[in-house]
Design a protein around this ligand. Structure first.
Ligand SMILES: CC(C)(COP(=O)(O)OP(=O)(O)OC[C@H]1O[C@@H](n2cnc3c(N)ncnc32)[C@H](O)[C@@H]1OP(=O)(O)O)[C@@H](O)C(=O)NCCC(=O)NCCS
Length: 179
């Protein structure tokens, strides 16, 4: 764990886990989730790079939804409709987590953990699972790194920085490792 990770952990200790304003649930993502997903993508473009206005991103998202490889965390909104609070894309063929984000206002309430657990449950337990995530030098990536580590993912090798310039690594979870 890096010094930066520790600093963030200390701040978390003084503030208890946030209770979700409304209970969220995890379900397969649907075509109607795309606008909300692009809104969510905008929130993390400073980390991941451009997505919301990139046609290839939208096409890949629609394909993942069509293939059943995307899960959504949804909560009731003020008007009673569903609001996308988080999403994850995984690849059974590649044995990989390909995309994960939780909306800023919904963070710290366990949705990231629920999304990751649900995606891992849909992947082959006999095969390793990889994810390209943020390097220890990225303070903004500390939450994701700690989440993956708690599921048994370990740093494997350096990878290219994101288009936003954030350094990344490949983390791998060995077959049947972690929870
Ligand atoms: C990473 C992310 C998905 C976590 O979502 P979340 O719903 O806030 O996470 P949870 O509330 O389920 O917390 C799960 C674990 O993540 C880690 N974590 C979450 N927030 C953290 C923080 N601010 N600092 C350090 N660790 C944190 C902890 O290990 C936590 O488990 P714990 O509460 O038992 O200690 C969210 O912070 C996010 O979208 N970040 C920006 C995008 C990103 O980094 N995506 C992953 C790219 S591969």
């Amino acid at each position: 764990m890096t010094t930066r990770d520790s600093a963030i952990d200390d701040s978390r200790r003084s503030s208890p886990r946030a209770a979700p304003a409304r209970p969220a649930r995890i379900r397969s993502a649907e075509p109607g989730d795309v606008p909300g997903w692009l809104h969510l993508a905008r929130e993390v473009e400073h980390l991941f790079g451009p997505m919301a206005e990139v046609p290839e991103f939208r096409a890949a998202l629609e394909k993942a939804i069509g293939d059943g490889h995307a899960l959504a965390a949804v909560a009731p909104s003020d008007d009673g409709a569903e609001e996308l609070a988080g999403g994850i894309v995984f690849s059974p063929e590649g044995g990989a987590i390909e995309w994960l984000a939780v909306s800023t206002r919904a963070r710290g309430a366990g949705l990231g953990r629920e999304l990751l657990a649900a995606a891992i449950a849909r992947l082959d337990p006999a095969k390793p699972i990889s994810v390209q995530t943020f390097a220890p030098a990225s303070a903004d990536g500390a939450a994701a790194r700690r989440l993956y580590a708690s599921f048994g993912f370990e740093d494997r090798e350096d990878a290219e920085a994101t288009p936003a310039g954030v350094p990344t690594v490949i983390m791998v979870r060995r077959a049947s490792a972690g929870r």
